[in-house]
Design a protein around this ligand. Structure first.
Ligand code: HAM
Length: 424
């Protein structure tokens, strides 16, 4: 019969690889705890209007990449293309600012964008997402980037490059918009259809275009950094000074505009050349004004998201090394041995030992093969003879050494095994 496969752009994370994900998530949670960032869990489906208002009507995400459908009761809803809008919605809806005006929040989970699937680009992908709400000081921008780079460096991600830019505030952007529009007027023959449209709707987006002709047309174009007002310039200067405190290497890229419309002032992206053409591992920036735009308090915000699939693909350690080794493998021989092994194996598991057992009707040879495959630290063979004698041999699989272990007192046996596998 024909098999039903997963949808294009949707990927399974199989056992073996999933342990790597768990490792990354555990490290992220630990780092967040040290930086006082708290978890928030938000739904993965929201009203489509939230994303339109949050991300911006003229972004690629809203224009062409969102899944949107009408629910049976007529609501237009979407699986989230990103988490920022949802986190801010929750913050506003539950008036979190009243109890905690300055909140550091994180959320981990799947996002959905109907992009053209290719290496590093999926339709369902996962993000580790951080939002700092209510903080305006530029040291916070540096703190976020420090935390991000610390996590990526701890995981050994190679060839990391942090690029930063300032996108100014609406006033700086207004001045820049006039200038870039004038510049682009002289280049209409060289721009792609999308960019000609962007020229009218959102000229900054032209900098995000990947078409070679458009990139060339932008040679010599004015950049936003030349149009920053006094306050935005000072903010950007201070962010860079704070980044220098920990000597975090960064590059100022005045053409980096990011793909979402809510950013003001600091914007940043982390890339790794090892990723190929989709080389951004993480991206983020400041979005003062977004909370207000979503109907909330007039408080600033800043955040970032790491792409999990891209990050996991960059970690230089093989998948298998993330799995914790089995501490004890029990090989039963015969029916009575099997009942013994069943009781002991599950009892030890409940006491916190990572244990496994073979199938009693399999040969000892094939059971030992299984113990080796599981990379077991110790093995214990239990057959009729061992039960009769009241003792068995426990074997250290690394050294090959065997030692007798008493079977008569079940609790004593469990304690002896726990001491042995934990090296006591
Ligand atoms: P973003 O740059 O759209 O930002 O996404 C962040 C990261 O998610 C990217 O750098 C990339 O690693 C990963 N990513 C994005 N799209 C895909 C895809 N189709 N397939 C695989 N990975 C992908 C945001 O989403 C903002 N909400 C980040 C943020 C939070 N800004 C402020 N707070």
């Amino acid at each position: 019969m024909e098999i039903i496969t997963a949808i294009k752009g949707f990927k399974d994370v199989l056992p073996g690889e999933a342990e790597k994900w768990q490792f990354v998530e555990a490290l992220a949670r630990e780092v967040f705890s040290n930086f006082e960032v708290h978890e928030i869990r938000v739904p993965i489906i929201e009203k489509t209007a939230l994303f339109k208002r949050g991300i911006g009507e003229t972004t690629d995400i809203v224009e062409k990449e969102m899944y949107a459908f009408t629910d049976r009761d007529g609501d237009v809803i979407s699986p989230r293309p990103e988490a920022t809008a949802s986190v801010l919605r929750a913050y506003i809806e539950h008036s979190l600012h009243q109890s905690e005006p300055a909140s550091k929040l994180y959320t981990i989970g799947p996002m959905f964008r109907r992009e053209r699937p290719q290496k590093g680009r999926l339709r369902q992908f996962h993000q580790i997402n951080v939002e700092y709400l209510g903080f305006s000081d530029p040291y916070i921008d540096a703190e976020l980037m420090l935390m991000l780079m610390h996590m990526l460096n701890s995981l050994g991600v190679p060839e990391l490059k942090l690029q930063i830019n300032s996108l100014g505030c609406p006033e700086c952007r207004g001045r820049f918009r006039d200038e870039i529009s004038n510049f682009l007027q002289g280049k209409t023959g060289e721009l792609c259809g999308d960019c000609l449209r962007r020229m009218e709707t959102n000229p900054l987006r032209v900098f995000d275009c990947k078409v070679e002709g458009c990139r060339e047309a932008l040679d010599g174009a004015p950049t936003i950094l030349d149009f920053l007002g006094e306050d935005c310039r000072t903010h950007f200067d201070v962010v860079r000074e704070y980044l220098d405190v920990f000597e975090i290497p960064f590059e100022v890229n005045p053409r980096m505009v990011r793909g979402l419309d809510y950013y003001v002032r600091t914007a940043f992206e982390v890339t790794s050349e090892s990723l190929g053409s989709q080389n951004a591992v993480a991206g983020g920036g400041r979005y003062d004004g977004l909370l207000k735009q979503l109907g909330g308090p007039d408080l600033p915000g800043i955040g970032f998201a790491i792409g999990m699939e891209r990050l996991v693909s960059l970690i230089p350690v093989p998948n298998a090394e993330f799995a914790k080794a089995v501490q004890l493998f029990i090989a039963p021989l015969g029916e009575t041995g099997k009942v013994w092994a069943f009781a002991l194996c599950n009892y030890l598991r409940m006491l916190g030992v990572k244990a496994d057992m073979g199938e009693g009707d399999k040969s000892l040879k094939s059971q030992m093969k299984r113990a080796n495959k599981l990379n077991s630290m110790y093995t214990l063979i239990i057959g009729d003879q061992e039960i009769k004698d009241g003792k068995a041999q426990i074997k250290n699989m690394e050294t090959g050494e065997q030692e007798p272990i008493g079977l008569e007192n079940f609790d004593q046996l469990a304690e002896d095994i726990i001491n042995k596998v934990s090296g006591r």
